[in-house]
Design a protein around this ligand. Structure first.
Ligand SMILES: Nc1ncnc2c1ncn2[C@@H]1O[C@H](COP(=O)(O)OP(=O)(O)OP(=O)(O)O)[C@@H](O)[C@H]1O
Length: 263
């Protein structure tokens, strides 16, 4: 379980001179007093327009971003007290896989996290094999990262997170830049992980791919949660905050589907 209590995050706040009474507060308020719980096993979608604070919010889950105020806990322990436990429990992939793929080969990359845990070689090999299998890349361990397509890189990034055997897998915009088959492939892998008991959190400004599989949708606007509920309740309000909603999504019985900006 991931729990956020009154979490606020700013950028630039620490750059100001503390004694400068004339300083202008030009800090950016990215997450504004958010309280949120993510139960184990939940498929949660965090949706919002560009700049609404999605990335900053989820990066607090495992301490990649430290809140200016408020508390983030994982399984009851504040992230600030046990960063290692938080990173083990919450795996994360970034919008651009190039930001996290660190090795020359697929297998080397997926092994990187487990190696840093100091696990025995056999356990590392077992995890790498299972993680590559989970993203439909079994037997591709020797492939060079530079030869992979965007979708394959995204799947390797997911495999790297899965190799840590996290309770929650958080994917930040995992479909960006992928064509339809690649999106479908990544989504299928996420659905399988969810079916296997892993909590999945997908961050997106475009709900079309994922909303059918979400247990819950949280909508962010200007760093605040403005909607939180099952897709049938949440989706009709999301186009108002700049989120792409699926054409024909009419679960609430109104005409919001007609306002989707389907290309
Ligand atoms: N490193 C940073 N330094 C300064 N401001 C930042 C930084 N990262 C994000 N911000 C600002 O914080 C706010 C929230 O950004 P964040 O990336 O969390 O939103 P987002 O919803 O994930 O956006 P996107 O969909 O474009 O990735 C924005 O105003 C952004 O410009």
């Amino acid at each position: 379980m991931i729990t956020l209590e009154d979490v606020t995050c700013r950028y630039g706040a620490h750059d100001r001179g503390e004694d400068d009474g004339d300083a202008i507060d030009d800090s950016v308020l990215a997450v504004d007093d958010v309280t949120l719980s993510v139960p184990d096993g939940e498929f949660l979608v965090v949706a919002g327009a560009n700049g609404s604070g999605k990335t900053t919010l989820v990066r607090t889950f495992n301490g990649l971003v430290r809140p200016d105020s408020g508390t983030v806990s994982v399984n009851g322990t504040p992230v600030s007290e046990d960063l290692v436990a938080a990173r083990a429990a919450v795996g994360m992939t970034f919008q651009d896989p190039r930001d996290q793929l660190v090795s020359a080969t697929v297998g080397g990359d997926v092994a990187f996290g487990p190696e840093n845990l100091g696990l025995p070689r056999e356990e590392i090999d077992r995890r790498v094999e299972a993680a590559l299998d989970a993203v439909d890349m079994a037997g591709r361990g020797d492939d060079r990262i530079t030869t992979l397509s965007g979708g394959e890189r995204q799947r390797v990034a997911i495999a790297g997170a899965l190799a840590m055997e996290p309770d929650h897998l958080v994917c930040d915009e995992p479909f960006t830049g992928l064509d339809e088959p690649a999106r479908e492939s990544v989504l299928t892998r996420l659905r399988e992980r969810h079916a296997g008991g892993t909590g999945v959190v997908v961050v997106t400004h475009d709900l079309r791919d994922v909303v059918g599989f979400a247990d819950r949708v949280v909508g962010l606007d200007d760093g605040r949660i403005v909607v939180d509920g099952p897709p049938s309740e949440a989706v009709p309000t999301l186009s108002d905050i700049g989120v792409r909603v699926p054409a024909g999504f009419d679960a609430a019985g109104d005409d919001h589907a007609g306002r989707s900006d389907e290309p």
